[in-house]
Design a protein around this ligand. Structure first.
Ligand code: FES
Length: 87
């Protein structure tokens, strides 16, 4: 598991291994638009301010993945303990 932090509020949420970032945020009243929920469409792209995403999408190029400044919260996760999101 890892945690996501919302930059605007400082709130931290735990993302267990069997849940997605999108599910956890939605439960806490933070809606991110989604479509495919499989890392294909790019609808859910969210900026990452710090931490390292574990990219599971097929949308970004390898070069974009390497920058680690955005990710797809419908399916991607984190390799760092905390991911700070620009929300
Ligand atoms: Fe399509 Fe996340 S909803 S990439």
């Amino acid at each position: 598991e890892f945690q996501v932090q919302i930059a605007s509020t400082g709130n931290l949420y735990v993302v267990p291994a069997d849940r997605t970032v999108i599910q956890i945020l939605e439960e806490n009243g933070i809606e991110i638009p989604t479509s495919c929920e499989q890392g294909v469409c790019g609808t859910c792209i969210t900026r990452v301010l710090s931490g390292t995403p574990d990219h599971r999408d097929m949308y970004f190029t390898d070069q974009e993945h390497a920058k680690n400044d955005q990710f797809t919260p419908c399916c991607s996760r984190a390799t760092s303990k905390i991911l700070v999101l620009d929300l």
